[in-house]
Design a binder for this molecule. Structure first.
Ligand code: GLN
Length: 199
């Protein structure tokens, strides 16, 4: 693939599971780099907000002045994927904790919603008509749950009836960690949405 044709994707690197997202993007032929400052968003087609601690990442977003630039990035039609803590940060609101969110996904997030009994687990998801994701195995680590999705939100995957992969236009939110398996379909969907036709 020609360098000039490679999609450019960034991974927010304030805290959390950054490295494996960079590897997944690289495997799909994207030019992947970390994002820690507003200037790093320039020229990117897509951004990933990784898992980690949403409270810590939100403080970093505040400190670095990244809330408005990320909202403008999405508003310009660029693609954004939030995984786990990153998905919480995309939500309209976080009901269980005072986390400032980006309000890019019209749904309510609840942090650590599976409780301590099932801090981490893997499960096969049901594709809600989104056959491109069928049979996906999802890894959950102190995962959030999403509720009350607005009319613009599509639920692409569910586990036990609960939404685990949601999409609103160019914004994708996964309550699980797609970077921890070899299944690259969520990252590919991000790059496809960035209009780069990565394969
Ligand atoms: N429990 C974390 C939070 O609420 C999310 C965990 C994760 O990203 N794996 O921010």
């Amino acid at each position: 693939m020609m360098t000039a044709d490679r999609p450019r994707a960034g991974v927010l690197a304030i805290q959390g599971a950054v490295e494996k997202h960079l590897v997944a993007l690289d495997k799909l032929g994207a030019e992947a780099r970390t994002v820690l400052r507003v200037e790093h968003l320039a020229g990117l087609d897509a951004v990933i907000l990784p898992g980690g601690e949403s409270t810590t990442i939100s403080k970093g977003l505040e400190r670095l002045g990244l809330y408005e630039p990320l909202q403008a990035f999405a508003g310009a039609g660029k693609a954004i994927l939030g995984t786990c803590a990153g998905a919480i940060l995309l939500a309209r609101e976080c009901s269980s904790h005072a986390v400032r969110t980006l309000r890019l996904l019209d749904a309510r997030a609840a942090r650590n919603a599976y409780g301590t009994q099932v801090d981490s687990f893997a499960a096969a998801a049901d594709a809600d008509g989104a056959v491109e994701f069928s049979g996906m195995r999802c890894v959950f680590i102190r995962a959030p749950q999403f509720g009350d999705p607005g009319p613009a939100v599509e639920v692409l995957l569910r586990v036990d009836g609960r939404p685990v992969l949601l999409r609103q236009g160019n914004v994708l939110a996964a309550t699980f960690h797609p970077e921890l398996t070899d299944d690259l379909r969520v990252h590919r969907a991000l790059l496809d949405r960035a209009g780069c036709g990565a394969s």
